[in-house]
Write a protein that binds this ligand. Structure first.
Ligand code: FE2
Length: 430
């Protein structure tokens, strides 16, 4: 007897009427009309079943801290960093852990089952590192958490960051981070890129740096990161996060750089909600969008993912752990409105971040982990449009979250009594 069968699902690749059979936490069969029975069956007729959402760029040490110790009145990146600096000395390990666990509850309810979070290592107590390592252990049964050692105040600019970063890696942090554009000079930024990549290479770790998160058309740290990747033979293991300066680069230079990035198999993470609200703040009009060149990077064959970055913290007052909200914003900001481009936005919060994360057993093939989400939408484009309830969230074959379809009742004479947004979509192309 099987543990679970999901019946008549639509899959992200366009297949319909598919049954998914699960046994011992693994997907064992994905075909039409499985004859066997299971301890539990989910009727997903006409609904999209997708591998879980992944947030590949997040700050879990800051999440849900909105208003502590005060609100960001200007809404700018620099006031956010200053505000985080005010909050850090009064943080406690218990409070960081409690907020992280609460956020993970919210994430699971949204079908978000893997998060790569940066953790600030510029506080000598490293209490956020300890708190998130503990959170990682506690949530492991239901959510994969990956930690990045992030020198928020600058690897060289902060007096103890060099030592703290190594300490945090010794404690078990998974990935080497950086913030070269926040160092004192361009030269310090380049030096930090070199030193941090060497640390990662020596320890056999991945790299994921906040890189060129500014509107400065002359910020060139992604060039240095790309060159270091090739020099150290780390192709496919290095990620540039944000890369917002690329928006403002000269087109000729960008075309040269993107080819070099493709050669280095550089991974790219854009954070549309944050980029569109934080960049371009010094502009009058026209006002730059400040998001990196997603369509061009994708066209060059690079793996591009979208991250949430922030939820209710010093930098961003909004958010609810919904990666479809992130995909929705990315689609709009980058004008990815073609059919394939919209489907690509869905991949930017599912399969692409899985590749960058290095998640094993991810997907909907036989042999993969039985981790998936049933959405109240028919296909990936409709999912982005509706951001619908996650009817069932399954982890290792067990339903760990459920929701009901979103339905309103109308009281207008002569009109239907029931309205459900999910029922209003004509089939694309039909
Ligand atoms: Fe970030």
């Amino acid at each position: 007897m099987l543990d679970l069968i999901v019946r008549r699902a639509n899959l992200p690749d366009g297949r319909t009427g598919i049954d998914i059979a699960v046994k011992d936490g693994k997907i064992v069969e994905v075909v039409t009309a499985i004859a066997a029975t299971a301890a539990r069956e989910i009727d997903a007729t006409g609904r999209l079943v997708t591998p879980p959402f992944i947030d590949i760029h997040f700050h879990m040490d800051a999440t849900l801290s909105l208003g502590l110790p005060r609100l960001n009145t200007s809404g700018t990146l620099l006031e956010g960093i200053a505000l985080w600096g005010e909050l850090k000395p009064i943080l406690t390990q218990e409070a960081v852990l409690e907020r992280a666990l609460r956020y993970c509850d919210l994430a699971v309810s949204q079908g978000l089952l893997a998060v790569r979070t940066h953790v600030d290592v510029c506080d000598d107590r490293l209490l956020a590192v300890e708190a998130l390592l503990e959170a990682k252990k506690r949530v492991a049964p239901y959510l994969d958490l990956q930690l990045v050692a992030f020198p928020q105040d600058g690897y060289y600019r902060s007096p103890t960051a060099v030592a703290n970063l190594e300490r945090s890696l010794d404690m078990g942090v998974d990935v080497v981070g950086g913030i070269p554009h926040f160092e004192r000079t361009m030269a310090d930024g380049s030096a930090s890129v070199r030193a941090l990549c060497e640390i990662a290479e020596k320890r056999g770790l991945l790299v994921d740096m906040h890189c060129d998160e500014s509107d400065d058309p002359w910020s060139r740290h992604i060039e240095a990161l790309t060159a270091e990747t090739v020099r150290l033979g780390m192709q496919g293991r290095v990620t540039g996060s944000h890369l917002t300066s690329m928006h403002s680069f000269d087109n000729y230079y960008a075309s040269k750089l993107i080819a070099l990035m493709a050669e280095a198999n550089m991974r790219v993470i854009s954070n549309p909600l944050i980029n569109i609200t934080i960049q371009g703040r010094h502009d009058t009009y026209p006002k730059r969008r400040g998001m990196t060149r997603v369509p061009e990077l994708k066209a060059a064959g690079l793996t591009v993912a979208f991250g949430h970055d922030c939820v209710m913290d010093p930098w961003y007052s909004l958010g609810q752990g919904d990666m479809l909200e992130v995909a929705h914003m990315g689609l709009h900001v980058a004008q990815l409105t073609g059919l394939d481009a919209m489907r690509g936005c869905f991949e930017s919060v599912t399969t692409n971040p899985a590749t960058i994360f290095g998640l094993e057993g991810y997907g909907l093939d036989a042999g993969c982990n039985a981790d998936f989400v049933v959405l109240d939408a028919r296909d990936p484009i409709e999912a982005i449009r509706l951001k619908p309830p996650r009817l069932a969230v399954v982890r290792r074959g067990k339903v760990i979250a459920e929701a009901t379809p979103r339905v309103s009742t109308l009281s207008i004479e002569g009109r239907p009594a029931r309205v459900a947004a999910a029922e209003y979509a004509p089939r694309l192309g039909g």
